[in-house]
Design a binder for this molecule. Sequence first.
Ligand code: ADP
Length: 386
Amino acid sequence: MTPRVHETTVGVVGGGQLGRMLGEAASPLGLELLVSDPTPDAPAAPSVSDQVVGAFDDEATIRTLAERADYLTFEIELADPAALERVHEETGTPVHPHPETLRLIQDKLVQKRALADAGIPVPAFRPVDSLAELNAALAEFGYPAMLKARQGGYDGRGNVLIESPEDVEDAFAAIAGPALLEEFVPYDRELAVMACQGDDEQDTFPVTETIHEEEILRTTVSPARADDRVRERAREVATDVLDVLSGRGVFGVELFEADGKILFNEVAPRPHNSGHWTIEGCYTSQFEQHLRAVVGLPLGSTERRAPTASKNLLGDVDTRQPAQLSGMPAALQTDRLSMHWYGKHEVYPLRKMGHVTLVGDNGADPTTLLSEIQTAAELLTFRSTE
Ligand code: ADP
C-alpha cells in the first residue's frame, strides 16, 4: 500500500547542497526528509528532519536510513550500489533511481558504452589501460583529445586534456588508473536537459545552456541560445537516455552542440547544478520533481515561467578559510534576483558555496540576462573587502 504523503519519509544518501534544496522542496509536499552525510551539521541539516552521520558508502548508515524511510534515493554518486541493493533486499525499502543505474553511471566507460549501444550519439571513445593503448587511441583521434578516469571524476577532476605528444606520459600518470580517451569535441555550446522518469510517465525540462570555465559549471541560461531544431533534438536525446536507465527520478543529461548536432557527454542520476534555475524559473523545480518521482506522485509541469539565468557562487579565495560572504545587500537590490546559500562554514578555491538566480520578463533576451546576473554576482565575494 502506498503510504499517505504526510506519513512518508524519504531517505537521501548525501546531505550537501542538493540534499538541502531537496529538503526545501519536501516540506510543501508534506514529505519528511532524512539524509546521511559524513560531516555532522552538513549543508542539508537545517532543511531536513534529521541527519544520520556516516560515510556515503557505509552499509550500516544506509540500512539506518532505509529502516527509518519509506523510499531511498541519493544525491551523490559516491553512494555504494551494492550496499543499496543489499539494504533494499533486507528492508524492502524501494530505491530510486535503481542502484544498477548508479553502477552504470559511476563508470564513465560502462556508461558511454551502454548509451552508444542504445543508439545515442556520443563522441568517439576508446578504453585505455596502458600507455601503449593510449598512444594507439591518440594515433586514431589526433590532438587534442580528452583523457578521463573511468571512476570518481567530478567538476573536471579526473579529466586531462592532451594537447600534444609531450603531454601523454604526464596525463597517463595523472589519471593513475583505468581510463578512456575521448575525441575532443569542438563544441559551439554546452547544453543540459533535466529528464524526469515518473511512475509511468516521462518529461524533460526546457533546455539549459551551460557555461563552464576550467571544466567547472559557472553560469546557466534557459532558453539556451540554440535554434529550435537543436533544442528539440536535445530533449529527444535526453528522453532516449532515460530509456537506458532504470528507476524513477530526475536525471541531469549533459550534452554538446557541435555543428548543429547533439552529442551526449554524461548523465547524473540526480538533480544537477544545471537545473538549479528551475526553482524560480519553472512551475515545478527539479527538486520537487525528483521527490514526486521517487515517491510515485504524478510529475509536475516542466514548463518554464520565463527566461532565467543562474550563476554559481564559487570560492574566490586562495586558501581554505571561514566563509564570510560580503556584498549581499548590494546584490539583492537587483530586482528578481534570488539567493541560494548552501550553509557551508568554510570556503576554499572554487568550492560551490551558493548560487543566484535571475528571472527575466517573458521574452527576455538570454544574453542580456547573462550580463545582468554577471553584474549582480560580481558584488558577491569571499575575499576580504577591507
Ligand atoms: P565531470 O564528470 O568532471 O563533470 P565531464 O566529462 O563532464 O567531467 O567534463 C567536464 C567538462 O570538460 C565538460 O563540461 C566540457 O567542458 C569538457 N569536456 C569533457 N569532455 C570533452 C570532450 N570530449 N571534448 C571537449 N570538451 C570536453
